[in-house]
Design a protein around this ligand. Structure first.
Ligand code: SF4
Length: 694
């Protein structure tokens, strides 16, 4: 039997590894990385290697589904031709009819038009786009903004790296990684903060571990617990919860106080330095001596100055993840990171730069093409700014938003304050979902379109280092692509989406995102399929950003100081407050075998069998505080289901860690509306919980 080897890109995390699939009879037999793989370097993590069996899962949505209750509630108003066809619908299960594609797109178009006419254009919103291709994400925001004339478009960056975009754009004009991953080998010093890199971005972690082992770079890891990559670090700092901004400002304080900054870089490339310097040198929370007041964390008073000196003196790269962004002051912490690079000139050259590790495979691309309420494609100002997801949830509860289109975004699982989200979804007149599997939000959906997965289609994905990769189908599927569903619904509303192929869509995207993608034709991307190309792409691509000037309006980097706000664990440590025995600070994160809400990984037997339930990790020192093998965590917002607990040496006393991939754990019920002050990214990385025996 003939087998073929087809190259494409991994569908999971933002590392964006090149993959090659061995395919026989339209079935993927194996996925591997070519030895000369530019991103993979010949290795894939377990998700890339084994997580392809979801493609053939019998749980895939391979049809269009319409809720029976939706038909019942709308039957009298249906146009005559749709009413007549309702009688021919086949029962799919107790809840849904299976409906022909043509009927379902007509039904969706009719209902959305009716909603818009009855309640106005602001009654519709769209969420999603970071898991699918740039073509589909672009089409999604265009559908929301033009077909429905609503400004309310958002994507899952709201719950992950929006603070990186905000913090970096405010200071240096561009919210994206500045260098290629391989610059790790050029760096003399690497800092990782708030990123469990071996679990969340394993193939980037491989490079950093190699640099640390080969001693080409000194490695510092900063986190609220000891993580695996810390074993390779020269300095591993465990800091209190919600102390990121304080630690970063302390690093800057040392650099300023000891005059380790780069005068020439500051004079020629930056502005606002003097004011920033004065603010920080007069800020009591920025002096590392402050750490001596925090019991259990006193050694940070010595460690922080030491790592600050190394950062200033050596060619340094700074990596961060959601441990930075998912906090009340996530955007400010990102600004504090960019300040460090600006102070020391550690940006705009090989081996020195800023590396936000974006989560989802195409979250960078979804933002680039305008799936954000405050940016049109190419980060242009939109004609009207829409609402961010948490505000849209409020509008649903208030009855102002009546219709939701979700595309690959399970807001009924991965967003905070789930009791509220579920209440909001209950209040809608119609939910439409493009999905691979019935997840929590698609179970709410009145209309579900089964669509192609990333392994079944052609499209462009942008990874965490701005690298565009043109995917190609590993197997054939007769399901529609996301953008085709949107086109076919739009054609029944306005008839202006005239596209035959994904390349037609991409050519429009290149035009709409011209300052980044103009030169990135399918032809050029397919010729560079292994290496990919980093935006901005004109004749050639741009591996390193900000070489001669920043991408701000005047080319200067802007200092924007924000003081740390004393709160939570730091305040308690400072005041030596006694805490109840069952009170803990919880942080959340990932395990290597799952991605996000496990939308695909849970349907991969090879992956899910390795981690089929979320586990809480607690300090071995706190063992006597627990009397059962399973516990329930509670906050004022909600509670988890009983979860298993494991005691480890890597967690500080009084703190907990858990993953939140599995919907049954109900971890997202613990979080309220507390979020990043500027950009509303949920505070997933720190919540005070009470623990009860299950
Ligand atoms: S590191 Fe990310 S992109 Fe690479 S194989 Fe693993 S999941 Fe896929």
């Amino acid at each position: 039997m003939l087998t073929s080897d087809i190259s494409s890109v991994c569908t999971y995390c933002g590392v964006g590894c090149d993959i090659t699939a061995q395919v026989q009879n339209n079935q993927i037999l194996k996925i591997y990385a070519q030895n000369d793989g530019y991103v993979s370097q010949g290795k894939l993590c377990i998700k890339g290697k084994l997580g392809f069996d979801f493609v053939d899962s019998d749980k895939r949505v391979r049809n269009c589904r319409v809720k029976k209750s939706f038909i019942d509630n709308n039957f009298l108003e249906l146009p005559r031709e749709l009413k007549a066809r309702v009688r021919t619908l086949k029962e799919f299960d107790e809840t849904y009819y299976e409906a022909p594609y043509e009927f379902t797109t007509s039904l969706a178009a009719w209902k959305l038009t009716e909603i818009k006419q009855r309640y106005g254009r602001h009654s519709f919103c769209g969420m999603g786009g970071a898991r699918t291709s740039c073509e589909s994400a672009y089409m999604f925001q265009k559908f929301v903004r033009t077909a429905m004339d609503s400004p309310h478009i958002d994507n899952c960056a709201r719950v992950c790296h929006s603070p990186s975009l905000k913090g970096m754009r405010t200071t240096i004009g561009e919210g994206a990684a500045t260098n290629p991953y391989d610059d790790v080998y050029e760096a003399e010093n690497i800092i990782i903060m708030g990123s469990n890199t071996t679990e969340a971005h394993p193939i980037v972690a491989n490079r950093i571990i190699k640099a640390a082992r080969d001693k080409t770079a000194e490695l510092t890891v900063i986190d609220v617990r000891e993580i695996q990559i810390g074993k390779f670090a020269t300095n591993s700092l465990v800091i209190p919860y919600e102390a990121n901004l304080m630690v970063l400002n302390m690093m800057a304080y040392v650099i300023l106080n000891e005059k380790l900054y780069n005068n020439e870089f500051l004079d020629t490339r930056c502005k606002g330095f003097e004011e920033y310097k004065n603010s920080i040198l007069n800020d009591e929370f920025a002096n590392p001596e402050y750490m001596k007041n925090l019991k259990g964390y006193e050694q940070l008073a010595e460690q922080i100055p030491a790592i600050a000196r190394t950062y200033a003196k050596k060619k340094s790269m700074f990596f961060w993840g959601l441990g930075i962004t998912e906090h009340l002051d996530g955007s400010y912490a990102v600004m504090a990171i960019t300040h460090l690079a600006m102070l020391t000139g550690n940006i705009g050259k090989s081996g020195a730069g800023l590396m936000p590790l974006r989560g989802q495979n195409n979250v960078q691309g979804a933002c680039d093409v305008g799936c954000l309420p405050y940016y049109d494609p190419d980060y242009k100002e939109p004609k009207e700014v829409g609402l961010m997801t948490p505000d849209l949830i409020n509008e649903m509860i208030e009855g102002k938003v009546k219709a939701l289109y979700v595309m690959g975004e399970d807001i009924a699982h991965i967003h905070p304050n789930q009791s509220k989200v579920h209440k909001a979804l209950d209040n809608l007149e119609v939910i439409i979902s493009n999905e691979l599997f019935m997840n929590e939000v698609s179970k709410y959906a009145d209309i579900v379109f089964g669509v192609k997965s990333a392994y079944e289609k052609t499209g462009v994905y942008v990874n965490a280092m701005r690298r565009l990769h043109l995917s190609q189908p590993l197997v054939e599927s007769d399901l529609p692509d996301d953008w085709e569903v949107l086109r076919d619904i739009e054609n029944k509303i306005n008839g202006e989406f005239i596209y035959e192929t994904s390349e037609n869509v991409w050519d429009e995207v290149r035009d709409a995102v011209s300052s980044r993608f103009s030169g990135a034709t399918y032809h050029k991307l397919s010729k560079n399929r292994n290496r990919g190309m980093q935006w901005p792409i004109g004749k050639t691509d741009t591996p390193i950003l900000h070489i001669n000037e920043f991408r701000t309006e005047d080319g200067k980097g802007q200092f924007t100081y924000h003081q740390y706000n004393l709160r939570e664990q730091v305040e308690k440590l400072l005041n030596k407050k006694e805490t109840p025995k069952n009170e803990f600070y919880l942080t959340t994160g990932r395990t290597i075998v799952h991605y996000n809400n496990a939308a695909q990984t849970i349907h991969s037997e090879a992956l899910n069998s390795r981690y089929d339930t979320d586990i809480i990790l607690a300090s071995i020192e706190d063992k006597e505080k627990f009397t059962s093998e399973k516990v329930i965590l509670k906050t004022q917002h909600g509670q988890t289901n009983p979860m298993p607990i494991k005691f480890v040496k890597t967690i500080k006393t009084g703190t907990l860690f858990t993953t939140f991939h599995h919907v049954n754990s109900k971890v997202n019920y613990l979080f309220g509306d507390e979020a990043d002050e500027l950009i509303k990214t949920a505070r997933f990385k720190s919540v005070k919980v009470n623990v009860y025996s299950a």
